[in-house]
Each structure stands twice: as structure tokens, then as C-alpha cells.
Design a protein around this ligand. Structure first.
Ligand code: ATP
Ligand code: MG
Length: 333
């Protein structure tokens, strides 16, 4: 069966977008696939991170993932910087990938902002490290949100060029696995921008550790338009904020946006937002309390991550050593 790999940056607290677009889809894969999940701290420092915060956020992220249902008995959960095979392979990929390919990446353009000359070089080559994260395990199934689709296509281009340049069939093709109505959850302040844990505005997102009052307030303040909800999908056209809230309620209650509109069409946002906030609180508050419980023993979380890294290393080390041999590096032993 296919090996699954996915990662999340400890660049803040996981959001509802991360949960619906990625983490929630990881949980059932543990039963059907060999599954590897990674807290990607080396990706996180492509944008400035306060060192003490980064340490804490890395452990907090692991606790949140466990609270969402990742089970270290059924998956491998670890921290990227603990397994050096990723950056070794990323260096090779830096030399395989073409600058023209990287220039097309929209995430770089979004994150670098206007002053592109002053952006970190790491942010530019981020997609090569992401390709290495996946290919170091010969993983072929990668469950991510819609925003990562372009990076996965690049990871396939890199694998093809490596295989071609070195005359081998070494790195397999990756299937992107982008799921469901909530593969792209949008900001609560701007329905054309994706929800992000690193957005400067905390009001733009629901964090998995927000308490009930905070969730209710953020939803109440979420941007909407003055029209009532439509009863059919075409009524959402040109209304990105309305579409987003409908999509969130559908995802969190395991139904379709069509069904949500059948039920709430004709209503104003006032009552709809109340329903949405209640559904979010019911779903997210058990996750927040479980994460809190786990963090009462930080040493236990760290130990579990170290064990995960040992298991990850056992898979990645021989694959990356083989890639280095194919490149022609003199064997270190
Ligand atoms: P950052 O702002 O630091 O980039 P992020 O919120 O984008 O943080 P990542 O760690 O970059 O989160 O991505 C982790 C996973 O969450 C990826 O699979 C990504 O596709 C998914 N994801 C991120 N944001 C959203 C979103 N708004 N909707 C759906 N999925 C998302
Ligand atoms: Mg991101």
C-alpha cells in the first residue's frame, strides 16, 4: 500500500484551516496506510521565529496533533530537524530544481511580499525541502490543503528530473490528496485570502486552542455581506465570505454546502453565525482540553517525538544514502 507523508509548520497554533484541510484527513489514514507525520520546524524558520517560541510551538503542535487523533502506535510522528536526511536530500534537490520553476511558486510571492530582494533565501528554496521531506520516505500519497498543490507538482518535476539525469527510476510519482469542501478555508476577515496561522491578525482565524467565548466572538465579527443566505449554491457566487462560512459549517458537521443552504437559506447571518459558533465549540473544545492535558507532561511529549524520529530515520537514512550514492558522492563508510 502507499506510504503517506505530510507535515505542518510550528509557525503558530494550528488553525481551523489546518484542521479541516489537512490534520482531520490524516487521522483515518493511520488505519489504512503506513503514515508519517512531521512537525516541520526547518520550514518554519523560513519566516522569522523567536527561538523560545519556536521550541514551545513545536511541542504544542505535536500535542495538538495527538489531541486531534494521531496515535504514535499507529503512525510515525516526529520533528523535521531531528532527522538530518531531509536537509541532505534538499541540498541535492536545490541542484536539481531550476530557478525558473521556483520563480512560478505563488506561496513565495505571497510570503515574500513587496520587498522580494530582502526575503530569506530559505523561503525561496522551501519547495525543494518540502520535496525532500516526501521523497526521503518514497512516500506516494500526500494529504494537504489546496494551497500546497503547486509545491507537490514541483516535487514531481524534481523527482522526474532526478530520475532522468541519473538514469534511474528511483523517486516515485506522488499523488496529491486534496480533500473535501474545506480544502481551502478562507480568512474570517477577507474571503479571498486563505486562513493562515501566521496571519498577523488573530481575528482572521479560529485557533484550535481558542476557548468558547473567543470562537463565538471571532465568528460574530467575521466579515459578511448584508444579504441573507441563498437557498442554492449559485447564490454564493461573488460572495466569498458567505461561501466560506457555509463551507466551514458543512465540513464541521459532515454535510455538504448544498444541505447547509437548504436548511439555512433565507436566514440572516446573525442566527447562522450562532449555529456555526456552537458547532465549532462542540467540535473543537474536546481537542483543546486533550492538548492541555498532554502538555501537563512536556517530557512525555518530547520522548514520544524522539521515538518517532528514531523510526523515521530508519526509513529515510537508507533512501537518502542511496540518492547520495547515485549522485556519486564518495561513500562515507
Ligand atoms: P503558515 O501561515 O505559517 O504557512 P499555515 O496555516 O499555512 O501556516 P502550514 O503549516 O503551512 O499552515 O500547512 C499545514 C497544512 O495545512 C498543509 O497541508 C496546508 O495545505 C494546510 N492548510 C493551511 N492553511 C489551510 C487553509 N486555509 N485551508 C485548508 N488547508 C490549509
Ligand atoms: Mg502555509
Amino acid at each position: 500500500s502507499q506510504r503517506v507523508f505530510s507535515g505542518i509548520q510550528p509557525s503558530g497554533v494550528p488553525t481551523l484551516g489546518n484542521y479541516l484541510g489537512a490534520i482531520r484527513n490524516w487521522v483515518p489514514m493511520q488505519d489504512t496506510h503506513e503514515s508519517i507525520f512531521c512537525v516541520v520546524d526547518q520550514h518554519a524558520i523560513t519566516m522569522w521565529q523567536d527561538p523560545k517560541e519556536l521550541t514551545r510551538q513545536t511541542r504544542d503542535m505535536a500535542a495538538a496533533l495527538l489531541a486531534c487523533g494521531l496515535d504514535p502506535e499507529r503512525c510515525i510522528l516526529f520533528v523535521q530537524s531531528h532527522v538530518h536526511a531531509h536537509t541532505r536530500l534538499a541540498w541535492i534537490f536545490n541542484c536539481v530544481a531550476r530557478i525558473g520553476w521556483l520563480n512560478r511558486m505563488t506561496q513565495f510571492k505571497d510570503k515574500a511580499g513587496k520587498d522580494r530582494e530582502n526575503a530569506g533565501a530559505g523561503l525561496y528554496v522551501y519547495p525543494n525541502l518540502m520535496a525532500a521531506d516526501i521523497h526521503a520516505y518514497h512516500a506516494t500519497r500526500v494529504p494537504v490543503g489546496e494551497d500546497q498543490k503547486q509545491h507537490l507538482e514541483l516535487a514531481n518535476d524534481i523527482a522526474e528530473k532526478f530520475n532522468h539525469d541519473y538514469g534511474v527510476e528511483f523517486f516515485p510519482h506522488i499523488d496529491a490528496h486534496i480533500m473535501g469542501v474545506a480544502a481551502r478555508v478562507m480568512s474570517l476577515r477577507d474571503g479571498t485570502k486563505k486562513m493562515s496561522k501566521s496571519d498577523p491578525s488573530d481575528q482572521s482565524r479560529i485557533n484550535l486552542n481558542d476557548d468558547a467565548d473567543t470562537i463565538a466572538l471571532k465568528i460574530r465579527r467575521a466579515k459578511t455581506d448584508p444579504e441573507p443566505l441563498p437557498s442554492e449554491m449559485q447564490g454564493l457566487e461573488g460572495r466569498p465570505e458567505a461561501r466560506n462560512l457555509v463551507g466551514i459549517l458543512a465540513a464541521i458537521t459532515d454535510t455538504t454546502p448544498e444541505a447547509v443552504l437548504r436548511e439555512y437559506g433565507g436566514q440572516g447571518f446573525g442566527s447562522f453565525k450562532g449555529v456555526l459558533a456552537d458547532a465549532l465549540v462542540a467540535h473543537l473544545s474536546p481537542i483543546a482540553s486533550e492538548a492541555q492535558r498532554l502538555l501537563a507532561d512536556p517530557g512525555a511529549v518530547d520522548a514520544l517525538l524522539r521515538r518517532g524520529a528514531d523510526r523515521a530515520r530508519a526509513i529515510a537514512e537508507p533512501i537518502v544514502a542511496k540518492a547520495e550514492e547515485l549522485v556519486g558522492f564518495l561513500p562515507p563508510r
